[in-house]
Design a protein around this ligand. Structure first.
Ligand code: GTP
Ligand code: SPV
Ligand code: MN
Length: 618
């Protein structure tokens, strides 16, 4: 089917001006652009080529319009700061919709509206939405252009901020367009408007957006429509909307997995390399682990990705992983020279966009946790004077840096493998004050899926809403599964069935955030997580000191390499212990959670909960 399925039907009705200026004769793309231009009525159309000169022009314009502040500090070359509307600072899960033909296929974890009704609503809000603005057309590919099955998209947006950010986060522009033409490839049509048309002569604001927001996905026709927000996952449509929600549906249909995971390459002193992916909910430590500096002597970490992983069965029965993105959209607060020097070094090379960070008096940016010393004066993310006495943080808790991944010194060469690398281990992790130990190895693959299916975490600032409540977040994908959550778990079971069982990755549950008897986080985390990773690789090799507990295999008190680490035996015990009573309470929560799936919960996963109860009650 032609993209933009809702109406336009060919060259007969095409606007000659659009055709004349287009750098392509590809009919489906011209039809899509024509259709959206007719609906949204922009003043101009700009076909994004992705070039350096185009980038200069766009950033100049963004500085001119007040959306960007050019950073003049030599610490942030060729970089810009943007400040959002205070009401547009995170993903809006309550306004995110999976509009499948049948409600059942969206499942209980998603908001659903009948597609025909949603199309009518969107036709209304998009009508004239780009008036007074430029409509940008961004051809992009998620993953490599040379992948066996490259996944294309075209984002139409009226935000130049989105264009400059998409240029960092994905491969965009003329090369992609030529490949779409050459392969006559399908592309996901992705339409984005900030929802703030300008009347003639009307002065623009630095961050146009609309109170009314819609982040809409049509899984069957693989379309994305986003309205009203300029922020992150709401607006950079290659990221969460495509590479997770739409891709998870493609993956279901095609036999692979689209996941909210980092990818890390870890090499031991014996020079053995392991590829480890990790699914942690938003703002729970993926970027930090992806860029870890191991404290253990002789261990080397390199990164392949920090947020999204596509897992595909390879030709030899192995599971292969690839990062479909090309940049970081990382949580700024807490990222510092002492916690994440690799991120800081990548940022220091410049070419970055910072959103909702604070400005320093010498034309740089700052956020909580960047440096040990707090500057004496800043301009906070709202544009107010800020001093260490101020009550509010200087940077918004969900402030972000957007930085090209190829500026990472520790980027693994395998990042450039178009078809990825063999996956050895999967970590599922969340932010839990109690119950969940530092690390637990699953008994087998289905038990590992149970870890993922029951993953839970305290909510963070990465999405709108209250912070700190425990919620179940299956595979860290709760806001990103593009179809029924039970079908999604079943698909995990089925993908493993297609793989060579001896080549399946081992699965582990981790928790860096458990509190000890003193009420403080008992495990030091960050670089020290390398000690957990070492144990993981030992377990992969059939070694590693472990005890079998009802919930899986956990390290013995002397199982982790603690060389050079100051940690009290109490804190260690508080980190790794399994408390039967806590787990019985947890299991009640798990059963309540599973009850919500109704019939769609796979039996093999439901059975895991019964088996766990049996193991917990001697
Ligand atoms: P998204 O980009 O939203 O998907 O988040 P993410 O999963 O990449 O999270 P990120 O690595 O940016 O971490 C978010 C927060 O968790 C930061 O404030 C970190 O300081 C904190 N954090 C990360 N790793 C650790 C850890 O090992 N221990 C502790 N205590 N905090 C951590
Ligand atoms: C997340 O919330 O998981 C993010 C940030 O990575 S956003 O791109 O806004 O989704
Ligand atoms: Mn994320």
């Amino acid at each position: 089917t032609a993209p933009g399925a809702s109406g336009s039907n060919g060259s007969g009705t095409r606007d000659p001006a659009i055709t004349a200026e287009a750098p392509t004769t590809h009919a489906p793309l011209l039809n899509f652009v024509q259709e959206i231009a007719a609906l949204t009525q922009p003043d101009r159309i700009h076909w994004v080529d992705g070039s350096e000169s185009e980038h200069r022009t766009l950033t100049d314009e963004l500085v001119e319009s007040g959306t960007f502040t050019r950073l003049t500090s030599p610490d942030f070359p060729n970089s810009f700061a943007a400040f959002s509307d205070p009401a547009d600072v995170a993903r809006v899960e309550s306004r995110t919709f999976i509009c499948s033909e049948n409600e059942r296929d969206a499942g209980f974890t998603n908001n659903w509206v009948e597609p025909a009704q949603m199309r009518e609503t969107l036709r209304g809000v998009f009508d004239g939405a780009m008036r007074g603005r430029t409509m940008y057309v961004i051809p992009f590919v998620m993953g490599h252009l040379d992948a066996e099955d490259p996944k294309f998209g075209v984002e139409i947006t009226d935000s130049a901020y989105v264009v400059t950010s998409m240029r960092i986060m994905a491969r965009i522009g003329t090369d992609v367009l030529r490949k779409i033409e050459e392969l006559d490839a399908f592309f996901v049509p992705a339409v984005h408007s900030v929802g703030a048309p300008l009347e003639p002569g009307q002065q623009d604001v630095p961050w146009p957006c609309n109170e009314e927001k819609y982040i809409v996905h049509y899984p069957e026709t693989r379309e994305i429509w986003s309205y009203g927000s300029g922020y992150g996952g709401n607006a950079l449509l290659g990221k969460k909307c495509y590479a997770l929600r739409i891709a998870s549906v493609m993956a279901r249909d095609e036999g692979w997995l689209a996941e909210h995971m980092l990818i890390l390459k870890l090499t031991s002193p014996a020079n053995r390399s392991y590829f480890i992916s990790g699914a942690f909910p938003s703002a729970c430590g993926k970027t930090n682990l992806a860029l870890i500096d191991p404290t253990l002597q002789g261990w080397k970490a390199e990164t392949l990705g920090d947020d999204i992983t596509w897992i595909r069965p390879g030709h030899d029965g192995e599971l292969r992983v690839v990062n479909p993105e090309s940049g970081y959209f990382g949580v700024a607060p807490g990222t510092g020279w002492h916690t994440n020097a690799n991120a800081m070094r990548a940022i220091a090379k410049g070419n970055s966009v910072f959103t909702n960070c604070a400005l320093t008096d010498d034309g740089g940016v700052w956020w909580e946790g960047m440096t040990e010393e707090t500057p004496t004066h800043l301009t906070d993310w709202r544009g107010e004077d800020w001093t260490p006495d101020s009550e509010q943080p200087a940077a918004h808790p969900n402030a972000r840096f957007c930085t090209p991944i190829d500026q990472t010194d520790m980027l693994a060469p395998e990042y450039s493998e178009p078809n990825g690398v063999k996956l050895d281990a999967i970590l599922f992790g969340g932010r839990r004050k109690t119950t969940v130990p530092l690390v637990t190895q699953a008994r087998d693959w289905n038990h590992g899926i149970f870890f993922g299916a029951t993953l839970s975490s305290e909510t963070t600032a990465a999405a709108e809403g209250a912070v700190g409540n425990v919620r179940r977040d299956p595979m860290a994908m709760l806001p990103f599964i593009g179809y029924d959550a039970g079908d999604y778990l079943r698909h995990w079971v089925e993908v493993s069935g297609q793989a060579d069982q001896s080549k399946l990755p081992e699965i582990f549950l981790v928790n860096w955030f458990r509190r000890g008897r003193d009420g403080k986080i008992s495990w030091p985390g960050f670089s020290e997580n390398s000690r957990v990773l070492k144990w993981v690789t030992e377990r992969l090799e059939g070694g590693g000191k472990a005890v079998e507990t009802p919930i899986g295999f956990t390290p013995t008190m002397d199982g982790l390499d603690l060389t050079g680490l100051e940690i009290t035996p109490e804190a260690l015990e508080d980190s790794i212990t399994v408390d039967r009573q806590e787990w019985l309470t947890e299991l009640d929560g798990i059963d309540e959670w599973f009850a919500q799936f109704g019939d769609s919960l796979p039996e093999s996963i439901a059975a895991q909960s019964e088996e766990l109860r049996r193991r917990l009650t001697p």
